[in-house]
Design a protein around this ligand. Structure first.
Ligand SMILES: C[S@@+](CC[C@H](N)C(=O)[O-])C[C@H]1O[C@@H](n2cnc3c(N)ncnc32)[C@H](O)[C@@H]1O
Length: 231
């Protein structure tokens, strides 16, 4: 995947040690190619996991990142951040997406890779919890596992054996566009399926992901990118 000029400079062993599924830096590089990140901006990395994406954002764009996650301990992330030499730019926070400890209008941008579907499919999430944290005009960008088209007849053919209940949070780009647009709070500037999604999905360390991709004979599964500006 030669198009990932930035990701390809990172140590594969470091990525393998810290990813929590497919390599999240691929989706992040595609997303940030579309964003307008500038040095010194304040960025919320929501559901940052082991903070690889936060470290990438600080190194590549010189932004300040609030690396926020629920499952991964903030001290563990702090060690990783210091090892990467970005302790002046990345701040680890243990936080639940519905109880974020940030001031309204604090962030210039929000980024969320492979995490937003865990909480953001709820109609209330963007209006009640997230959009107020972003400055007017600020960007909100996500990459989530999703669908090339909405499911009409239940679980996609072929993948029944590997389907888990949390996969019902997967949706198409059009679904996400409508989900955000109808609130009137953001302007969706871009929605698209990530190129080479299957190859990216297979970079997961979990064997089941490889099997899932092979079983997806109808090409229903993909990664979806959504980018919007707060009005
Ligand atoms: C599959 S991991 C991805 C982590 C990271 N973004 C990456 O791609 O390596 C999903 C992450 O979402 C976070 N998450 C799930 N529900 C959350 C919630 N309610 N609030 C904050 N984070 C949440 C988890 O803590 C977890 O680290």
């Amino acid at each position: 995947m030669d198009r990932f000029k930035r990701v390809n400079n990172y140590d594969q062993k470091w990525i393998d040690e810290n990813r929590m599924g497919p390599n999240p830096l691929y989706g992040l590089e595609d997303l940030t190619n579309q964003m307008d990140l500038k040095e010194g901006m304040r960025v919320l990395d929501l559901g940052c996991g082991k903070a690889m994406t936060s470290i990438f954002l600080a190194k590549e764009f010189g932004v300040e990142v609030w690396a926020t996650d629920l499952w991964i301990d903030q001290t563990e992330n702090w060690e990783r951040i210091k090892e990467a030499g970005v302790e002046d730019k990345v701040f680890p926070i243990k936080g639940e997406a519905h109880q974020l400890p940030y001031a309204e209008g604090f962030f210039d941008a929000v980024v969320s890779i492979d995490a937003y579907h865990y909480f953001g499919t709820n109609e209330l999430y963007l209006p009640w919890y997230l959009h107020k944290l972003v400055k007017p005009g600020g960007e909100i960008g996500i990459v989530v596992p999703g669908l090339t088209r909405e499911l009409k007849g239940g679980i996609p053919k072929g993948v029944e054996e590997y389907w888990a209940n949390d996969m019902f949070t997967f949706h198409s780009g059009e679904w996400w566009k409508n989900h955000w647009s109808k609130t009137g709070l953001v302007e969706v500037q871009l929605v698209r399926d990530i190129e080479d999604s299957k190859e990216i999905w297979k970079t997961s360390q979990f064997e089941i992901d490889e099997k899932l991709m092979e079983a997806d004979v109808e090409d229903c599964l993909t990664f979806v990118m959504v980018l919007a500006n707060k009005r």
